[in-house]
Design a binder for this molecule. Structure first.
Ligand SMILES: [Zn+2]
Length: 372
């Protein structure tokens, strides 16, 4: 993460970050305030206050998702605020439709609760709870009173709830759509339909955004790409259904020992098809791994061919049992950016498993199914 990405809070163990690009949004709010016809310090402060309230509302929305996921035993790694909205990195999407429905609805529900809280606060200040265009479009002539801010914020929370509930998969409303479809259709079919609807909305966002809303264009691109990714994940998962790590195991492991050198690794890299190696100790137990990229990086760092492998290997091995569901292993591999997983059964090395081997195995399975 960039050093301009700022950790602003930690709530129940979940770090909340402002992505570096968020500073562009703040700059945009200030600059467009300066160059507007209402330009004044008060006007810019007012806009920043509105933005601050909106950011807190979006964070609370994301925490709504995070807490709902937690209720189903799913942790959230972090919440990051981008100029186009917040993203809660929930470790996985629940595959039970009802759970996905609840997690998806929990975000907009927070915004609806906030409308209630802000309205009650306005009422407690002795002000009428009514939304008018003048309230929201307040420009300058000194700072507006507190209740104008409260009303504007509750109005924005209404927009947030409605916008997120559009069936633009994988936005919240799209997840609701997928969950509802998945109660009647196979998971992968439900995802394919939701992804097509989501991408149609994405195109619509971009087209509408061209008429003066750059954030809508950003959201459109984000939704378009994310819908395709979700669809691919669902398809991969379905293809791997019922399979375990043992099925796609690579038993002929390219092995080096801790006594060997970087030169030995380079020779083996050039002489064989292997792109990454398992490094074992003198007793044959896994000690580390070394990928082609790590070999190149080690040379760039000035290591010579005589360097011992123990100095350059990655000792953080991911060890899994052969009984692990294949889709979980695949996801684990992708999340941790490792060349392979080490498969061990009761302390015994069984082999390794990498993304290419999984892909090959699935291709062969598909081809056989088509023939058979
Ligand atoms: Zn949401």
């Amino acid at each position: 993460m960039s050093r301009f990405t700022l950790r602003i809070a930690t709530v129940s163990g979940i770090p909340i970050y402002l992505h570096w690009s968020f500073w562009l949004l703040i700059a945009w709010v200030v600059l467009s305030g300066l160059f507007s016809e209402h330009a004044s310090i008060d006007f810019i402060l007012w806009r920043l206050l509105l933005m601050g309230g909106l950011v807190v509302s979006v964070i609370l929305h994301e925490l709504g998702h995070a807490f709902a996921a937690k209720a189903f035993g799913i942790p959230t790694r972090d919440i990051t605020m981008y100029p186009f909205g917040g993203v809660a990195s929930v470790a996985r999407i629940p595959d039970k439709p009802l759970q996905e429905l609840i997690v998806a609805l929990a975000g907009p529900l927070v915004n609806i609760l906030l409308i209630g809280v802000l309205s009650i606060a306005t009422w407690l200040l002795g002000q009428p709870v009514e939304w008018s265009a003048e309230t929201f479009m307040y420009h300058g002539r000194g700072m507006p009173p507190l209740h104008v801010w409260l009303l504007s914020l509750s109005f924005m929370n209404g927009i947030l709830a409605l916008f997120n509930l559009l069936p633009a998969f994988p936005m919240d409303g799209g997840r609701v759509l997928r969950a509802l479809l998945a109660t009647k259709l196979p998971y992968v079919k439900a995802t394919q339909i939701a992804a097509i609807v989501g991408q149609a909305f994405a195109v619509l966002f971009i087209l509408v955004g061209i008429y003066g809303n750059p954030f809508l264009i950003l959201i459109g691109f984000f939704v378009f790409v994310a819908a395709a990714q979700e669809r691919q994940h669902a398809e991969e998962r379905t293809a791997m259904k019922g399979l375990t790590v043992a099925d796609a195991l690579l038993k002929e492991v390219p092995v080096l020992t801790v006594n060997q050198t970087l030169g030995d690794a380079i020779r083996l890299l050039l002489d064989s098809q292997a792109r990454s190696f398992l490094i074992v100790d003198p007793w044959g137990a896994p000690a580390g791994s070394l990928s082609r990229e790590q070999i190149i990086a080690a040379l760039h760092q000035g290591h010579s061919r005589e360097t011992s492998l123990t100095q350059v290997m990655d000792t953080d091995l991911l060890i899994v049992p052969p009984t692990m569901p294949l889709h979980e292993a695949f996801q684990y591999l992708n999340e941790r950016h490792k060349p392979f997983l080490v498969v061990m059964d009761k302390g015994q090395l069984m082999g390794i498993i990498d993304a290419e081997n999984i892909a090959e195995y699935l291709l062969i399975q598909q081809a056989e199914r088509r023939v058979g």
